[in-house]
Design a protein around this ligand. Sequence first.
Ligand code: BDR
Ligand code: CA
Length: 333
Amino acid sequence: MWLHRNNDLPLWPGFGERGMDIKERRTLARQHKVILDCDPGVDDALALMLALAAPDAVKIIGITTVAGNVPLEHTTRNARGLLALADRLDIPVHAGCARPIMRTTGHRSVMHGGEGLGGVVLDPSAVPLGQAHAVDFIIDQVMAHPGEITLCPIGPMTNVALAMIKEPRLSKNLREIVFMGGAAFCPGNTTAAAEFNIYVDPQAAHVVLSSGVKLTMIGLDVTRKALIDRDLLNALISAQAEMPRLLGGMLASYSAGDPCLHDPCAIAWLINPMLFEGVDAFVEVDCGSGPNFGKTVAHISDRHLAGRKPNCHVVTSVDNVEILQFLRNRLSL
Ligand code: BDR
Ligand code: CA
């Protein structure tokens, strides 16, 4: 039996005695202390806004940036600018890797505009840049809070892989990783085989997929079923607050080329995994030089697993109407 709903969240013992109902128990059991590793990016920006709007489920303890959609200097400035816009000066931003592990320059996305936020340039100055490199910030935080931190990479996974290599105990001390990337059972969006985040740094994805950490993959299999619609855009554009209004403007041009709610789905999963369905699989990345470079190959049948254990929960589907309603509720639109 492969496809299942994620309604098997752990319940903490003794809660009933303290007068909490099932819903409260589930909420607490799934609260995540998150490091958001990102490359903003228009959909990264919406993901961040969603995370900030869900403090009951997601506590962002830091943002780390990586080269991806646009170069590192832009992703870092955009992350700082977005936090300034949200008036969240308490969340630190740490810049990470400026290039993938095996290539001297990354592959850029054309979807997000030259500077990453669809033509909008935000003032980052209210949010200072953290002194530590992103890799060291990740290591320090995880080792200081063993078993507590969820990493949420929504760009190429260079920082995460290098943190695992630099600190071999990192994997054992993470709670889990929920990443946006890959295309297990559908074509890619960058090549016929590969999704953008994995294509940019497949070696990094390989390190993460073979780390033994509890992994959830939010890839194109699901994000292609979560499409921005006109009502969401209109609700954002006509919102009173500045952040949703600006994001609505960014999304209007972005979604004309790519209407998928890629990165927001990763945050939505953290907030409410019961919106989604998925399958456990053994996922590996093609790091060869052929046409499948960057492809995430998912093995699910006994024959294909050939004795290997699943290393990843691959999220495969969501109801478009439900996810849009969920977003509007959470963003108070
Ligand atoms: C991923 O690639 C980027 O362009 C988006 O921000 C998202 O993380 C989708 O393939
Ligand atoms: Ca991204």
